[in-house]
Design a protein around this ligand. Structure first.
Ligand code: AP5
Length: 191
């Protein structure tokens, strides 16, 4: 597989994080999740975490400025030089454009955008199940539906942004975790 600069797109609960972990292991590249980094900042009560907490709990997007800053710092680390899997970033057109400028500056590029397709009610059920197990603050039904609304308005248009460069490969996301993983590898091999 030669595609190693990868962006994962998909609605909340589509399985981006689950699949990113598996793919990162297969490709030997880092999994970079802005959601995980922001949750770590909230837990550490850092200045970024203090700003982000209420926004995340409401299912809204943290400001482009904050998110681009943390993504930039992570992508500049040595271990991203041979590839990376971006999970949850970019999420707005502004973030996608800033990412392109950053990657050009540091000599990296996006090779493929894997778009996980799901059905809304199925993923609401998934996230309500996770709420019982993990208790993530934004996994209650009202906030889950707000995250999905925000995804449709702010993030889904990025499919067109990457499709214009023929980078998008769609992967059905409602099958089992191993089946989705195999489909992702097949999509990358065909990219
Ligand atoms: P983030 O952490 O990115 O959350 P999200 O996009 O809402 O995604 P999730 O983590 O809920 O779902 P996922 O697609 O990763 O699925 P997962 O594998 O976990 O962002 C959280 C918040 O941070 C945002 O709302 C925002 O406030 C802020 N933020 C983050 N990035 C930002 C950015 N760039 N700009 C601005 N703000 C940002 O799976 C979900 C569940 O389903 C799990 O329980 C899993 O076990 C299960 N599951 C997965 N796959 C399957 C399967 N195939 N079958 C059955 N169950 C499955």
């Amino acid at each position: 597989m030669s595609s190693r600069g990868i962006v994962l797109l998909g609605a909340p609960g589509a399985g981006k994080g689950t699949q990113a972990v598996l793919l990162a292991e297969k490709l030997g590249v880092p999994h970079i999740s802005t959601g995980d980094m922001l949750r770590a900042a909230v837990a550490a009560q850092s200045p970024v975490g203090l700003k982000a907490k209420a926004v995340m709990d409401a299912g809204q997007l943290v400001s482009d400025e904050i998110v681009i800053g943390i993504a930039e710092e992570r992508l500049k680390a040595d271990d991203a030089a041979d590839g990376f899997i971006l999970d949850g970033f970019p999420r707005t057109l502004g973030q996608a454009e800033a990412l392109d400028r950053l990657l050009e500056r540091i000599g990296l590029r996006i090779d493929c955008c894997l778009a996980i397709t799901v059905d809304t009610e199925g993923i609401v059920k998934r996230l309500l199940k996770r709420a019982e197990i993990e208790g993530r603050a934004d996994d209650n039904e009202a906030t889950i539906r707000e995250r999905m609304r925000v995804y449709a308005v702010e993030t889904e248009p990025l499919l067109g942004y990457y499709a214009a460069r023929s980078l998008v490969r769609e992967v059905p996301g409602m099958d089992s975790v191993p089946e989705v993983s195999d489909a992702m590898v097949a999509a990358l091999e065909a990219a």
